[in-house]
Design a protein around this ligand. Sequence first.
Ligand SMILES: [Zn+2]
Length: 199
Amino acid sequence: MKIKFVCAIVVVCIAMLSLFYCAEKRKARGGTLPTGDERKMSQKEHLTVPDVQPEVIAFYCLDPRLKDAFEELLEDDLGLKGKYIPMLKFGGPAAFANQSQLFTDYSDLKVQIAFAREHWPHSIKRFVLVAHEQCGYYKKKLSQNGQVDLEKRDLFKAALHLQKAYPGMEIELYYGRFTNAEKTRMSFEKVERHALQPN
Ligand SMILES: [Zn+2]
């Protein structure tokens, strides 16, 4: 009888210790145990592309509504899948045309461009700039003074700036417009630089 009692006490102690150990481990991990999905995620392997030679640096807006549209333009329409570096800011290439108002964005982009061009000095030959109408970043950060399609006009200014700053690089411009009232669809036009005039 006595032996059974001692065994029961030992079992209870072991159970309590293991519970305490698990709780401490959970605390160290930030409070939660890994879920099935997390365990699966840590075991899953993802493909990388070790020998990538990007040809293009693409600037487009971070607006999450338009991510798929921009990627379809670049990958399906322009055939750049695996060949471009997305260099993203809200407003897309707006900072190149509005350097003083968007100075932080502009400085960040310059650093990122320099790094990319140092890293792939022979493969990167082209900038692709994509702007879109009714950009929320323009509304928030830039005084539009009632100008419609300022984003499109800024493409031209941005291209002029990039041409001076990075001579020899090719520059292509695209402008996106919503094609339905719900703004669930967008189409892009290629903007010819001679068709635009700087302000
Ligand atoms: Zn935008």
